[in-house]
Structures are given as structure tokens and as C-alpha cells.
Design a protein around this ligand. Structure first.
Ligand code: AP5
Ligand code: MG
Length: 209
């Protein structure tokens, strides 16, 4: 899943994972779970995340490759928020080629910057299972509680408006070039991410079949 911060990558990736019974792998969720558990990785990642910067490629790639090597990834998986730099995409590509595997689709969820800041201030996230809500657009059944696992929902530290603007800048500079990268590989599919989340999902399932 490609897209700006707040484009709805996580929301859609969860729905894809449920429909096709494959794991949803979000590097952001992995980092946040490590921060919550106070691990060394979490402490390292937090320094970058709180400033809206990317965690260094070397660390991120290692975490991701360990994760996709697990047994539950044998029948496929949906990557959310990885790769987000050209070097990450190149390493992923070469590691998958070694395994005789490849990326089937790079789904770009397209949402203009103007819509993003508003979405983020209303976001509530579950750090336990990774589910995402919006207080107006996609509210949980009980305020502050995750529908899926019953845990408490949080406002992410990096969703402060000034940090969101920094993340958008980082996105345009370092991640947007991946759109051309995957276009050249003929796997890019762009969907309109400004419509209702069910309608975004419809566009995606039309592509995935
Ligand atoms: P990460 O967790 O990946 O954050 P992000 O890319 O900034 O994206 P978000 O999770 O903020 O947005 P999303 O697209 O998932 O949107 P969502 O579905 O929640 O990364 C966080 C940080 O970790 C990075 O800044 C970096 O520091 C680090 N990191 C992670 N991966 C890395 C990597 N590969 N390399 C280096 N560093 C890395 O939706 C947003 C809101 O909108 C929600 O409230 C949702 O309910 C609502 N919404 C969703 N769809 C709709 C819709 N159609 N209409 C209305 N509202 C909607
Ligand atoms: Mg996300």
C-alpha cells in the first residue's frame, strides 16, 4: 500500500487482510508495538517517529525481512507503509527475487494534502491490534474502545498537526518517487482515496479480484 500519511493505507490494508486471510504487515504498527513494550528497537524508532522523520532504512529493512520470512506469510501478505524509500524498495525487490517471489500489486491510495490534516486529528488507533478509527468518519461502537479487541484507543503522538505537516513533506520527498518506481515495474494501481472507505475498498477488490 502506497500513499501519504493518513491516506487510509492502514484502514484498507486491514480490510484486504481480512478478506483474503493474509497477514497485514505495517512497519509503523511494529514500531509502535515496540515503543509500547519499551524495547530497544522501540526507543530507537521513537526518536525519528516523534519528529515525523523516517526510521533509518537499515533498521526498517531488517525488521521487515524478518517479518515476511515467518510461516504465516507463505500465502502472501499486505505491506502497509513499507517500502517508503527507493533503497527500501530495491532491497525488497532483490530479496524477493532471491526467493523466487515478487510484488503483485502496488496500490497507491491517492488523497490530496488538503484532506490529510483534518483526517489525522480525528484518528484514533489501537496499539494492540492496529485497527484505525475516525471520530467522525469511522467511529468505534463505544468511544475510546477498539471494536475488534476491546483495547483502549489512542491519539498517536505523531498526529499533532505540525508533525503531520512534516510527515507530508517527508512523504513527497522520499516516498512519492516510489509511484514511478512501481509504474515502471508495471504493478502500480492508483485508487481514489477521497471517497468513503467502503468505496475505496471496492476499487481495490476490483483490482485484486
Ligand atoms: P505509519 O504508521 O506507516 O504512518 P503513515 O504512513 O504516516 O500513515 P498513517 O498510518 O498515518 O496513515 P494511513 O495511510 O495508514 O491512514 P489510516 O488508515 O490510519 O508510520 C509512522 C512512522 O513510522 C513514520 O512517520 C516513520 O517514522 C516510521 N516508519 C514506518 N514505516 C517506515 C518505513 N518503511 N521506513 C522508515 N520509517 C518508517 O487513516 C487515517 C485516518 O483517516 C483514520 O482516522 C481513518 O479512520 C480515516 N480514514 C481512512 N479512510 C478514510 C476515508 N476513505 N474517508 C474518511 N476517513 C478515512
Ligand atoms: Mg497506518
Amino acid at each position: 500500500m502506497l500513499g501519504a500519511p493518513g491516506a487510509g493505507k492502514g484502514t484498507q490494508a486491514k480490510m484486504i487482510a481480512d478478506k483474503y486471510s493474509i497477514p497485514h504487515i505495517s512497519t509503523g504498527d511494529i514500531f509502535r508495538a515496540n515503543i509500547k513494550n519499551g524495547t530497544e528497537l522501540g526507543m530507537e524508532a521513537k526518536k525519528y517517529m516523534d519528529e515525523g522523520k523516517l526510521v533509518p532504512d537499515e533498521l526498517t529493512v531488517r525488521i521487515l525481512l524478518d517479518r515476511v520470512a515467518k510461516d504465516d506469510c507463505k500465502n502472501g501478505y499486505v505491506l502497509d507503509g513499507f517500502p517508503r524509500t527507493i533503497p527500501q524498495a530495491e532491497v525488497l525487490d532483490s530479496e524477493l527475487t532471491k526467493l523466487g517471489d515478487k510484488i503483485d500489486y502496488a496500490i497507491n491510495v491517492d488523497v490530496p494534502d488538503e484532506n490529510i490534516v483534518n483526517r489525522m486529528s480525528g484518528r484514533r488507533a489501537c496499539v494492540t491490534c492496529g485497527a484505525t478509527y475516525h471520530i467522525v468518519h469511522i467511529p468505534p461502537k463505544n468511544p475510546g474502545i477498539c471494536d475488534k479487541c476491546g483495547s483502549e484507543l489512542i491519539l498517536r503522538d505523531d498526529d499533532a498537526p505540525e508533525t503531520v505537516l512534516k510527515r507530508l513533506g517527508v512523504y513527497h520527498e522520499q516516498t512519492q518517487p516510489l509511484i514511478d518506481f512501481y509504474e515502471n515495474k508495471k504493478v502500480l494501481k492508483t485508487v481514489d482515496g477521497t471517497v468513503d472507505s467502503a468505496d475505496v475498498f471496492k476499487q481495490i477488490t476490483d483490482i485484486l479480484g
